[in-house]
Ligand binder design. Structure first.
Ligand code: ATP
Ligand code: MG
Ligand code: MG
Length: 385
């Protein structure tokens, strides 16, 4: 059987490995972390840096094609591999999605609605930034995730202080939008340009980290959902994208604005594993291998809840640090619910805020799915912010 190469060893990579195995492929994973979830599930784990040319040569020799689960893979790594074998998505597409300045310029250049912004490379740029950008949010251009590398700034003075706290790294300053809610579109696009979008998910965050995804997005009209899918498909086409792509949107005063793209499967698309005919990971395998895309239709409504490391600790019991005592959560509280699917990523250490697993409640009735998921979320000890 053919061997596929995966750059990155997180849970998104792990689900790719599982989907590839179901279709008869072997997978080699490159990730510097010895305990990475995808590395553990793979047929071979190359435990090396993304810039390790020895490891890249091994991938090039043994794999039929390469994909990624992590947008911060160096562009040079993707460029190097692309000399020898198909790399999907391309280095160009990943390069745009991994830099907030390039990403915003791309959206602007392609007529896609987004929050007003300015690229900030110096204190001078901040002094010149239009007043309409305040109150705003200053985000480092590279390597931010789960709300890290962001500061909410009410004024120019606060933005200057935040920029200095970020060591004057390249940033974007975005206007703060008043959010009605947030949605995302995950889609797959093949080499011929055929595109299949999954049902739109509605996403709630807690402390900057995705908490709950609801599919189909309950707050939106069918027209808005269709418009979100059309915008995501337009973005994929303009990127010449091959693979699974996620587009995050804000809905503000009833209108859509693209927040950011992820050149990979997405946390808000986990629900597709349990609720859709084809999952976002199987689509990634299919697009990578030049196979026809599968049917993304949902056979159930779904609500996904992230399980962060916080619930591994009991703050009321004394522990070695301020987190409290460490204990494995009592999974029977979830597993006794018949329409709930539990996924644990096999990570070795729980930390507060670390994504350790998730569960998905599926039901023909979206209202019931939501009620069951919220009760399960409380039963396992997840507190509201
Ligand atoms: P991810 O884990 O999704 O990659 P991230 O660190 O890249 O997160 P963003 O998606 O840019 O961060 O922002 C995180 C959250 O902060 C958004 O989902 C939204 O709730 C809020 N937010 C970000 N930018 C804005 C904005 N311009 N106006 C209002 N809220 C915003
Ligand atoms: Mg992001
Ligand atoms: Mg985001």
């Amino acid at each position: 059987p053919a061997t596929l190469g995966m750059l990155g060893g997180g849970q998104l990579g792990r689900f790719f490995v599982l989907a590839a195995h179901e279709m008869g492929y072997k997978v080699w994973v490159l990730d510097p972390d010895q305990n990475s979830p995808a590395g553990k599930a793979a047929d071979r784990h190359l435990c090396a840096a993304y810039e390790d040319f020895g490891a890249l040569d091994q991938l090039a020799q043994h794999c039929a094609a390469i994909t990624t689960e992590f947008e911060n893979v160096p562009a040079a790594t993707l460029d190097y591999l692309a000399k020898f074998l198909p790399v999907r998505p391309s280095a160009d597409a990943v390069g745009i999605c991994q830099n907030r300045v390039a990403e915003k310029m791309f959206l602007q250049g392609n007529g896609v609605p987004h929050a007003a912004f300015a690229a900030i490379n110096s204190l001078d740029d901040l002094h010149k930034a239009p007043a309409e950008l305040f109150p705003g949010i200053l985000k480092v251009a590279r390597f931010g995730y789960d709300g890290k590398g962001q500061a909410r700034v009410a004024s120019r003075e606060e933005a200057i202080a935040a920029f200095q706290a970020f060591q004057q790294e390249a940033c974007v300053l975005e206007q703060m939008l008043q959010l009605d809610y947030e949605v995302s579109v995950v889609l797959a696009r093949d080499e011929a340009g055929n595109t299949q979008s999954f049902p739109v998910a509605e996403n709630a965050h807690a402390k900057g980290i995705l908490d709950v995804s609801i599919a189909p997005a309950r707050s939106s009209s069918p027209q808005l959902r269709q418009q979100a899918q059309q915008l995501a498909e337009h973005i994929a086409a303009q990127l010449g994208y091959i693979g699974t792509l996620a587009v995050e949107f804000f809905v503000s005063h009833g209108a859509l604005y693209v927040n950011e793209m992820a050149p990979r499967p997405h946390n808000s698309g986990h629900y597709t594993v349990d609720a859709c005919i084809t999952s976002q990971y199987e689509q990634q395998v299919r697009a990578l291998c030049g196979l026809p895309l599968g049917d993304p239709r949902a056979h159930s409504a779904a609500v996904m809840v992230n399980l962060l490391g916080d619930i591994w600790y009991d703050p009321s019991q004394p522990g070695p640090d301020s987190c409290g005592a460490y204990r494995e959560p009592d999974w029977s509280r979830l597993l006794s619910i018949p329409n709930l699917k539990l996924h644990l990523y096999g990570k070795h250490h729980a930390r507060p805020g670390r994504k350790m697993g998730h569960f998905t409640v599926v039901d023909a009735d979206p209202v019931k799915a939501h009620a069951v998921a919220m009760a399960a979320r409380a039963a396992i000890g997840i507190k509201d912010e």
